[in-house]
Write a protein that binds this ligand. Sequence first.
Ligand code: Y12
Ligand code: CO
Length: 173
Amino acid sequence: MKLTIIEYPDKKLRLKSEEVKVFDAKFHDLLDSMNDIMINTNGIGLAAIQVNHPVRAILLNIPNEDNEQPPENLLELINPVITKSSGEILYDEGCLSVPTFYEETTRAEFLTLSYQDRDGNTKVIETEGLVSIAIQHEIDHLEGILFIDKLSYSRRKKFEKEYKRMLKERKKS
Ligand code: Y12
Ligand code: CO
């Protein structure tokens, strides 16, 4: 399946994603194609809405100590729900849909997450650190929320100016 990543300020990123109810070959093809584009664009997390599919599916592949993302480390989280969260952690977040921009964001450090796998089996995991950060970032996408929405008013204004300039420069080259 040919996919492209939607970038801010595309309004489609604001859609609320729908629950996945059918776990068929077409859905598996979407997940496989999402993984291809995530890895090929140096992403570590991707929500289906970022490739124009407003369904509650997210992928994560956090690089290991050697900065590799082996396929066995891929997490496919379908219809994820955070049932418990605690602690606080700060991280310089980036997003494939907001290229070139990074900003420190505060998230919960520890999560309990309920989700379904690609075949619809329900699972529960406990996460910490970067995995928790990535999960919260991606679940926000399912609600149409971007990490730039969490910026202060003045920081957001600065971001909008810099981002517009980046898009203009990119168009020229
Ligand atoms: C911690 C914080 C946020 C997440 C969400 C997932 N974010 C990403 O996967 C970000 C990827 C990213 C990749 C970039 O590299 C390229 O585009 C080649 C990038 O660089 C530029 O835009 C120039 C920015 C973001 C997970 C964990
Ligand atoms: Co993102």
